[in-house]
Design a protein around this ligand. Structure first.
Ligand code: ADP
Ligand code: ZN
Length: 360
């Protein structure tokens, strides 16, 4: 088991990483008050709800089961949670528990942050993506009018419990998509971790719990260090957006329907690294290593078939919210584990990049 502490100006909380947390009674010790509202989605509920409820006997528990999927990460989900909090007369001493992937974590955290100006929140992330990314760092929110994460808050939970055994039941596609985000940490922040990933990739693909624990621990450590320096995402934390400007454009262009976030990040990292090679920032060897690792994981690396026009993808990219003063800033690798922010790129160069990628 690993415990790391998240430290920001306004908060400090532990992140537990390991297995057997649910049976060991950890949850009971982390919940100081008896009133809980547990939020989960239908798929996760079908697998884990009974076990979780059994460990929480003695607590007064309200349940909210939301439909699964990114399309349900909306304002209705947030109001459903608030409505239950109101209907059952919850107050500042109640705790919201989120049991699920990034969708459940984001909407539950958002509700926790606005109800009575903030109540306790315990996170139990159940996807690899949420365990290495969404559940640490305190970003909450939902999509609005079809725009991803348009509304939300920065709000930190009281505890994050990362139970690795949850990953056993995660569908392959969701799991591999999470591995792309793990690779991002190596590429963007820690070259030695990237080399370690190259060495242990088959253990990770096979979901070896000991190797997974080490990988998740390192990702959370990196993220929490960056969040500590830059909670509101204006400076250092932005290196974690490596591959994401391209990824968000891909997700928007496919209406979030056919490509998972991690799959889009994998292609986004390849595009960014290709661009870095083109600009002479890194050697081609790095692009090959990245490609080999992502390919070995089994991630789909071609542009999705419904992206018929490269121009459409490019237009979505130019709408990205990280665009500053009409200039796009991109996080590009300048060495293994190191990122440089590049601004004011020649737009033709970007168009050509996407065109080249599409045709090879
Ligand atoms: P992400 O963390 O990638 O944002 P979501 O919250 O969209 O993920 O969850 C992805 C899908 O995986 C959802 O359909 C969800 O119900 C399902 N899911 C989440 N955790 C598990 C799990 N441990 N086992 C099986 N399915 C899960
Ligand atoms: Zn991401």
């Amino acid at each position: 088991m690993h415990i790391i502490r998240s430290q920001t100006n306004n908060s400090s909380y532990p992140v537990y990483i390991g297995t057997d947390f649910i049976d060991s009674g950890l949850l009971q010790t982390l919940l100081p008050m008896p009133r809980i509202v547990l939020v989960t989605d239908q798929t996760v509920a079908d697998i884990y709800l009974q076990t979780i409820c059994e460990t929480l006997t003695g607590f007064s528990l309200n349940l909210i089961i939301l439909p699964p999927g990114e399309v349900n990460k909306n304002w209705e989900a947030v109001t459903k949670i608030i409505d239950v909090l109101v209907a059952f007369k919850h107050d500042r001493f109640s705790t919201l528990v989120s049991l699920g992937g990034g969708v459940i974590g984001d909407v539950t955290g958002f509700a926790a942050s606005i109800f009575m100006r903030g109540i306790n929140w315990l996170q139990l992330p159940t996807t690899l993506m949420a365990q290495v990314d969404a559940a640490v760092g305190g970003k909450t929110g939902c999509n609005y009018f079809g725009i991803k994460n348009l509304i939300g808050t920065f709000y930190q939970p009281q505890n994050v419990v990362i139970e690795i055994a949850f990953l056993r039941t995660l569908p392959d596609r969701e799991y591999l998509s999470g591995l792309a985000e793990v690779v991002k940490y190596g590429m963007a922040c820690d070259g030695e971790f990237f080399i370690w990933l190259e060495k242990h990739i088959y253990d990770l693909i096979n979901r070896d719990p000991n190797i997974l624990e080490l990988a998740i621990h390192r990702c959370c450590q990196i993220k929490l260090e960056l969040v500590q320096q830059d909670e509101n995402d204006h400076g250092q934390r932005r290196v974690l957006n490596f591959g994401h400007t391209f990824a968000h454009a891909l997700e928007s262009a496919t209406e979030f329907a056919s490509i998972l976030h991690g799959e889009a990040v994998a292609i986004g990292m390849l595009l960014a690294t290709r661009l870095a090679v083109k600009l002479g920032l890194v050697e081609r060897e790095l692009l090959i290593r990245l490609y080999n690792l992502l390919n070995c994981i089994g991630l789909p690396l071609a542009l999705p078939s419904e992206i018929s026009s490269v121009g459409a993808l490019y237009n979505f990219m130019m709408r990205d919210k990280k665009k500053q003063a009409a200039q796009l800033s991109l996080m590009l690798p300048c060495a293994l584990g190191k990122i440089k922010v590049i601004q004011g790129l020649d737009l033709k160069c970007l168009e050509d990049l996407i065109q080249d990628y599409a045709s090879t």
